[in-house]
Design a protein around this ligand. Structure first.
Ligand code: URA
Length: 441
């Protein structure tokens, strides 16, 4: 079929055959399908959606567009985790060593920041010496010795996703449930792990703004994973407020270390324990209750922190830097942002706060921009807190004075102060697996 006919078929709400999907994705990767036709197709998907079958076939094409990691040389069940992206989401830095400390095996490839959301690889690269590019032999050797390794995605991991994501990013087609499912699961299937835990974020800082949308996305991704023979589960977690109290690369690494020292923020610690317990359950380390107890103990007995230090050391990083206040990049300049009136913080737009952190230099506007690793935001108040005019809401850090003004405006626009105390919201909303959805509210 001609590309024109495939676009027309999707535009009219019809399902494409397996062969048509393959022709489309493979043709795009081979540069036989031009960007303008793929963009039209993606927009048609945005409005018309895709069937489960179309989504599964497209995911398979994306996964097989490059090399599929073969982790079979590493003995045991390999478990992966993926977050759909959030602000202040440093859970990988905490959860991966927790799981490894309890005997789980994590051979993980992570990405860089996307838009207002941070990326694990950027955070890890703020640790002096930490190498995110390892040869396959080195990667396997770190996983065997430590139980965990986190590296950057190789250039040949799901290259179709790189091309498609770049096009979606500039054609307003990122926040489509089937396209997100294809993008994430294409990379996860290529990553080679046996079990997959998805952290599907929902709220103002996430692609999915409501719990229903998040569950829909989770169900699609779980179905794709199970169909490909990988046991997959998802937790739906809140991203209406940034997670924890710090946003920015080195700031988040420090907060991850604090959490592993058992003095982290309550919301972050709670989400990390839930994620680690699910990963251990998927790794068959015991009942759900036992896995939760294991996860908790890895923090209180210090074994997870020890595991993080071993992973950092094994990948060339200065493990001593993690607990040294001057060991990680710090910014020279700081300003306090103060409340302009009395009341309760009734809403924090996590996306706006992520954007403010980007303005400070913690993220990239364009792919080629460099990152200011010490830049970011320390939140002193969060949703539900009572404030008086003049109280410090947050501290902004950057290396360039000129960035403060815009970042402060963006931050204040993102924070709403009202008379009424807002109702507390659950942090973990639901769990999705092949058996269905379990709501926790
Ligand atoms: N994260 C991804 O990797 N892909 C998407 O499409 C959205 C979030």
């Amino acid at each position: 079929m001609r590309m024109y006919d495939l676009i027309e078929k999707k535009r009219d709400g019809k399902a494409l055959t397996d062969e048509e999907i393959r022709q489309l994705v493979n043709g795009y990767v081979r540069e036989e399908v031009p960007d303008y036709q793929m963009a039209a197709f993606l927009m048609a998907v945005y409005f018309r959606g895709m069937t489960d079958r179309e989504t599964a076939v497209m995911t398979d094409c994306v996964a097989h567009s490059g090399e599929i990691a073969d982790l079979s040389e590493i003995p045991g069940i390999k478990v992966d985790k993926h977050s759909t992206g959030g602000v202040g989401d440093k859970t990988t830095l905490i959860v991966v060593p927790m799981v490894a400390a309890c005997g789980g095996i994590v051979a993980k490839m992570s990405g860089r920041g996307l838009g207002h959301t941070g990326g694990t690889i950027d955070k890890l690269e703020s640790i002096p010496g930490y190498r995110t590019q390892l040869s396959r032999k080195e990667f396997f050797s770190v996983v065997r010795r430590v139980g965990a390794s986190v590296i950057g995605q190789s250039g040949n991991l799901a290259p179709a996703d790189k091309k498609l994501y770049a096009l979606r990013d500039v054609t307003a087609t990122v926040d489509s449930i089937p396209l997100i499912a294809v993008s994430i699961m294409g990379k996860k299937l290529a990553g080679g792990s046996d079990r997959i835990l998805l952290d599907v974020k929902m709220g103002s800082g996430a692609f999915m703004k409501t719990a229903d949308e998040a569950v829909k996305l989770a169900r699609k991704m779980v179905a794709i994973g199970e169909h490909a023979g990988r046991r997959t589960a998802a937790l739906i977690t809140d991203m209406d407020v940034p997670l924890g109290n710090f946003i920015g690369n080195a700031l988040e690494v420090r907060e991850a270390v604090h959490t592993l020292q058992n003095r982290g923020a309550g919301d972050l610690t709670k989400v990390c324990i839930a994620l680690a317990a699910e990963m251990l359950f998927l790794s068959e380390k015991g009942s759900r209750k036992e896995c939760r107890a294991l996860a908790e103990r890895s923090i209180t007995d210090g074994s997870a922190l020890q595991c993080l230090k071993e992973m950092v050391h094994a990948q060339g990083g200065r493990a001593e830097a993690l607990e040294d206040p001057d060991g990680l990049p710090n910014c020279r300049l700081r300003i306090e942002v103060k409340a302009e009136r009395d009341g309760y913080i009734s809403h924090m737009d996590a996306q706006g706060i992520g954007a403010s952190s980007m303005i400070l230099g913690a993220g990239r506007e364009k792919k080629e921009d460099s990152i200011d690793y010490g830049a970011g935001i320390e939140l002193r108040k969060k949703t539900g807190d009572r404030v008086c005019a003049g109280d410090v809401l947050a501290v902004l850090y950057t290396s360039e004075e000129r960035r403060f003004a815009d970042a402060k405006v963006r931050f204040l626009e993102a924070v709403r102060i009202s008379e009424e105390k807002p109702a507390a919201k659950p942090l973990i909303l639901a769990r999705v697996d092949s058996k269905g959805v379990k709501w926790y509210q």
